[in-house]
Every structure is written in C-alpha cells, then in structure tokens.
Write a protein that binds this ligand. Structure first.
Ligand code: PHE
Length: 341
C-alpha cells in the first residue's frame, strides 16, 4: 500500500494542465467520493497498528498535495484568463462614467449665474436662526400662523431658536451689515415642519434676492424678474404678477411664467392653466428697512424668493420632490455626463 501511495504522490507532483475540464477530472479521480485517496483511507483501517503512524503521515501528505495542486492550477488558469482580456491592445478603451452634480446644485448654480451677470453678489446666513431674524424683523405679527409649531422646527429648550423657515432671514443680516446700495442673492437650505409628499418636503432649498437703493421701483422688480424668467425658461417665456401677501413686502406679488412645456396652451404640468407659479416677491416693507437701520424715506427696494426644487421640477419635468432627496442612483444617473477614454 505504501508503494501505491508514493506512486500516486509522484503522479500528483508531476500533474500539469491548463485545461479546466482536465483539472476537474483529475480532482474527481483523486479527491472525489470514490477517488483514489478516499480508497486509501478505507484501506487504512486494515493497516496494522504499529504501521498506522507512518502510513497516516504519507496519506495526509498526499491529500494535502493533491488539494494544493488543484487550487494552484485553477488560480493560474483564472489569472491567465484575465490577462487574456487585456492582451488585445487594439480594443477600444472602457467607458469611464463620471459622477455628476446633483440636479439641485446644477439649478442653484444656474440661478446664481443668471443674477451674477446683472451684478448680484452671493451672501449666506446661518441655518439655525433666532426669532428676530426669521420672523420679528421681517414684520411678522406675534400671532402670525407661520410661527406656529406646525410650520417651524423650534429648538425644544429655547423657543427663540429655530431652523430657518426661509432665506428671508439673510435679508435682515445683510441689511444690518451692509450699507445700501445692496444687490445680493442668498441661496440656502430651509426647514418646515410639513408632511413629506410628492409636492412638499421638510427640507428644501431657496434663493432669495434683495435690491436696495435710492428710487428702486416696482418696475425694476418686474424687469428683473422678466430677465430671470427668460434666462431660466427660454427667450419666449412670458410673465404675469398676481397680488399676494407677505408680512415683509408691500405690495406683494406672486410670479407666474408661461408654461415651458406647452408654451401656454395648457397641459398636465401647468394643470391646463398655461401658467406656472415660480416665486414670491414684493417691495420691501418700510418697517423692515427701519428694523435694520435703513432710512425708508431715502431708500426703497425689492425682494423675491424662490424654491430651487420647484425650479428643478419645472425645468426637468420631475413629478415628485422626494426624488431629489433619496439619492437613488437611477434617478441621479440621468444627470450624468459620459466621458469615453
Ligand atoms: N420668504 C418667502 C417664502 O418663503 C418668499 C419671499 C421672499 C416673498 C422675498 C417675498 C419676498 O415663501
């Protein structure tokens, strides 16, 4: 029996193959259920006690060598496979997919670009605000419903501190720290305690605009918004202003643009009205100017504020605002640029 084991061991040591099928046959013959090595182990039971140690050592060595050999031949075959795939250097390179900027960032930068071309600077303010900057200085009456727990995330320990509900808080900070003329936009995240649905989210982004100077009129506001709408939604875009109410602007208005999908004829996107509501605006209320130490007899100004998600929904025809926050790669991929090496 020992001779037979040594003979097989010799065979294992000399076995060479680059054929996966042949290696498998070899494995079955050696290590399979009815294989040679298994048979040796059955015969081993009959080996006399004093020889067991020696026979056992040889058998274990055989089993180990056969196993190692098969693994080594297989992995040599795999690495050869890999090297074969790149061995044809004339093949075209693999396409390299670049990540892309998030659609909200793309739209935000587009809006910043449009206003910076007409001289607006960009300013930012804190996301955690106090009541004065978020509400009081903006002329919100003490019992205004927007202060309600329904809309605002207050900090439990201090009801004076909250997550800002709009970027209008940055208006106040900028008017306090800068002397007119002021011509700035304020992009940023805002927070509202609202149920999350296809149309609203508790976190979203706004861009606020503020222009304060001598003799700024409602006509300036209208012309600025017409310029913005054409840049954002196309040269043929028309605008209309509807009267509205905000505590910090007087008069206040909401801006609609003609539907960029149907051109004003009426479709699903504009709910067959031909118009899309895009922002709130108005002339800065004199009380707000005075709250910030600006003489309202000398200076006037306008402000406007828009949701970035809303602009993105309209521009890309996205139906559900939640998609912007879920980071589903299948959604984000659609805004991806492709670079082929
Ligand atoms: N802050 C308002 C909002 O969040 C938008 C707005 C800004 C309206 C500036 C008028 C002027 O709805």
């Amino acid at each position: 029996m020992l001779d037979k084991i040594k003979k097989i061991l010799h065979e294992v040591e000399n076995f060479r193959s680059t054929d996966i099928e042949e290696i498998e046959q070899f494995r079955i013959r050696m290590l399979g259920r009815k294989g040679v090595i298994g048979e040796f182990f059955s015969e081993f039971k009959a080996v006399p006690g004093e020889l067991k140690k020696e026979y056992g050592a040889w058998l274990n060595e055989l089993k180990e060598k056969a196993t190692d050999k098969i693994l080594a031949l297989r992995s040599a075959l795999e690495s050869k496979d890999n090297s074969q795939t790149v061995s044809d250097l004339s093949l075209p390179g693999e396409t390299v997919y670049l990540g892309s900027r998030h659609p909200i960032s793309v739209i935000q930068e587009e809006i910043i670009g449009i206003f910076s071309r007409i001289g607006y600077t960009v300013e930012v303010g804190p996301e955690i605000e106090d009541d004065w900057h978020n509400f009081s200085a903006l002329n919100f009456p003490v019992d205004h419903p927007a202060r309600d727990m329904q809309d605002t995330f207050f900090i439990k320990k201090n009801p004076d501190i909250m997550l800002r509900t709009h970027t209008s808080s940055v208006q106040i900070r900028v008017m306090q720290s800068h002397k007119p003329p002021i011509r700035s936009i304020f992009p940023g995240r805002v927070f509202r305690n609202e149920a999350i649905s296809a149309r609203s989210h508790c976190i979203f982004h706004q861009v606020e605009g503020l222009y304060i100077d001598k003799n700024v009129s409602f006509a300036d506001l209208k012309q600025t918004l017409l310029y913005f709408s054409k840049e954002m939604f196309g040269e043929d875009t028309q605008i209309r202003l509807r009267p509205s109410y905000f505590p910090f602007t007087e008069p206040s208005a909401e801006l609609d643009v003609s539907c960029n999908l149907c051109g004003g004829k009426g479709c699903n996107l504009c709910k067959y009205t031909g118009w899309l509501e895009i922002l709130g605006c108005g002339m800065v209320d004199p009380n707000v100017l005075e709250n910030c130490g600006i003489d309202s007899k000398e200076y006037t100004g306008f402000a406007f504020g828009m949701g970035i998600e809303r602009q993105a929904l309209l521009k890309y025809g996205v139906k559900d605002i939640r998609l912007f926050f879920e980071n589903d790669i299948r959604f984000l991929k659609q805004f991806r640029s492709v670079l082929s090496s």
